[in-house]
Design a protein. Structure first.
Lengths: 525, 46
């Protein structure tokens, strides 16, 4: 975007204040803030469950919690982090930034936007309250495999209803994002002029619409199997429990990309800014994103090689999975090429983006190892898998969210955050995340199973190290919350452009961004 | 100036609502189709 003419209306903002403002708001910036605050709350809530897990695993033997509660913690931690923390954080970023980046005054369907958000607290209240039930919370894992999940007590219908609500929220949010991008771009902004973050979100939104209903269908069938006498997945009635696994992962693998494609978009915005160069290979980035999205639909059974399938099936899913490395490699190459001979500086967003490139790639490589069907027979359900997907989701997706927050926080609040504290937060997080998850590769390769509260003494040292790392990482995030809070309250005034190398429509509006922006569409020349 | 889908302001609301409804129906169709196929399968169909 070489040249832009932006017009701003500086009229008085008349909107409700206090609680009513947040309940009734249809403003994309308010709703973005709501999503982000909700996501941070869930991140800390789900993270505290991870600390219960790591405290129990600090030593071999059963110390702190009984095995049933341990299973509840693993299940709830995953559900909350996936549906409550990572996904809403990216939807929050999309709400805030997509209209600003495409020069639109708001999302296309503002009332639907309000509804999409407020469904989420209801869903997580339903899910969270099951912790207080006599039988406890769901404990069969976030994958909800039957027949085990059908043994869940009173929490079961709450789980199913909560998952339905999360799905409805996601689909409505995705519809809003697609129609906004397709209909409300500023004059002159062709599709291949859109910022990469907008592109990755457009593709992610299509993924959401195609796969969230699949999850909803699967859990509806679980509900009818338990309460209405059907046998979709019950072998005794002629059903097939393995079919659930196929359906779940037909949703579940694209879901992985729903959580990582917007992260690619964030990193593709940040690296050019702090390298002071345009993104290398913009078009190939778009095509690589679309290729990854397509491939995500034909790789699902690599999650279930051990369940048994024909050799041709194993080969197909093995090679299709490995194929994903090609467009992902294109992206990593382009990020590195963008930095090549750039005038790089290392502010906190760039540090998190760089860590993303290194550490997500480690998660990608362990994914390639898991894609090898014969090797997966050894790795399956071990801590190697736990290490793999945590590398993708923590220093991958979560670091990208943190990078995005530091990058756009001055635009949101009008203040610069404390750079020293930001860098301290980065280094604490980057070191502790590796201390936590890298040893899990070793215990996994040696055969330590996942989702078990006890383990053989041979795994004790690496587990102790992992637990120490987890507690340092967990408490470091309180520093993140403090930095955001103090930045929202005050600090050095941010300029409109904020970062010297920043380019794009969002940097043409004042800091903080006014309640209403681009009432008159800017013209992209 | 490159022509984009947002040039025609008068047509925007109808187009927005129409595309939103179509996308919503697509989501419902995926949901229904999955359950229907599984229902037929569990009845010995397919």
């Amino acid at each position: 975007m070489s040249s832009v003419t932006a017009t701003q209306d500086h009229h008085d903002d008349h909107h409700p204040t206090g609680l009513k403002r947040w309940l009734t708001t249809t403003n994309h910036k308010d709703i973005g803030t709501l999503y982000l605050v909700f996501s941070l709350t869930m991140f800390l809530f789900g993270g505290s469950m991870a600390l219960v897990i790591r405290a129990e695993l600090f030593q071999p033997g059963l110390q702190l919690v009984d095995p049933g509660f341990f299973n509840q913690m693993t299940t709830m931690h995953a559900l909350i982090m996936v549906f409550g923390a990572i996904m809403p954080a990216f939807v929050g970023l999309a709400n805030w930034m997509v209209p600003l980046m495409i020069g639109a005054p708001d999302m296309a369907l503002p009332r639907l936007n309000n509804w999409s958000f407020w469904i989420l607290p209801m869903a997580f209240t339903l899910l969270g309250m099951t912790l207080l039930f006599p039988g406890g919370a769901p404990a069969a894992g976030w994958t909800m495999y039957p027949p085990l999940v059908l043994q869940t007590g009173d929490a079961f219908p709450f789980l199913i209803f909560a998952v339905h609500l999360m799905g409805i929220s996601s689909v409505l949010g995705a519809i809003n994002i697609i129609v906004t991008i397709m209909n409300m771009r500023a004059p002159g902004m062709g599709l291949l002029k859109m910022p990469l973050f907008v592109w990755t979100w457009l593709i992610t939104a299509y993924l959401l619409i195609l796969v969230m209903p699949v999850l909803a269908g699967a859990v509806t069938m679980l509900l009818t199997d338990k309460y209405f006498g059907t046998s979709f997945f019950l072998a005794a009635g002629g059903g097939d429990p393995v079919m659930f696994q196929h359906i779940f992962w037909f949703f579940g693998h694209p879901e992985v990309y729903i959580m990582i494609l917007p992260a690619f978009g964030v990193v593709s915005q940040i690296i050019p800014t702090f390298s002071r160069k345009p993104l290398f290979g913009y078009d190939s980035m778009v095509y690589a994103t679309a290729s990854i999205a397509f491939l995500s639909f034909i790789v699902w059974a690599h999650h279930m090689f051990t369940v048994g399938m024909p050799l041709a099936g194993q080969l197909f899913f093995m090679f299709s999975t490995m194929l994903i490395a090609v467009p992902t490699g294109v992206k990593v190459f382009n990020w590195v090429a963008t930095m090549w001979k750039g005038a790089m500086t290392f502010e906190t967003p760039m540090l998190f983006a760089l860590a993303f490139v290194f550490l997500f790639t480690i998660g990608g490589f362990s994914g390639l190892m898991l894609a090898i069907a014969p090797a997966d027979m050894q790795y399956h359900d071990t801590y190697f898998v736990v290490a793999h997907f945590h590398y993708v989701l923590v220093p991958g997706a979560a670091f990208a969210i943190m990078a995005a927050v530091y990058y756009w926080l001055p635009k949101w609040t009008g203040h610069m955050y404390n750079e020293t504290l930001g860098k301290l937060h980065f280094w604490l997080s980057a070191i502790s995340v590796n201390v936590t998850f890298f040893p899990q590769h070793f215990v996994g390769l040696a055969g330590m199973p996942r989702r078990i509260p006890d383990y053989a003494t041979q795994f004790a040292d690496f587990n102790a190290i992992s637990s120490v790392g987890a507690f340092v990482f967990g408490f470091s995030q309180l520093l993140f919350a403090y930095i955001i809070w103090s930045c929202a309250r005050g600090g050095q005034q941010a300029t409109d452009q904020v970062w010297e190398g920043a380019d794009g429509l969002e940097w043409t509006v004042p800091s903080p961004a006014p309640h209403h922006t681009f009432d008159t569409p800017p013209v992209i020349k | 100036m490159t022509k984009t889908s947002s040039n025609d302001d008068s047509a925007r609301p109808a187009r927005v609502v129409r595309s939103a409804i179509l996308l919503g129906l697509a989501a419902l169709a995926v949901y229904g189709a999955f359950i229907l196929v599984q229902y037929q399968r569990s009845q010995g169909g397919m």
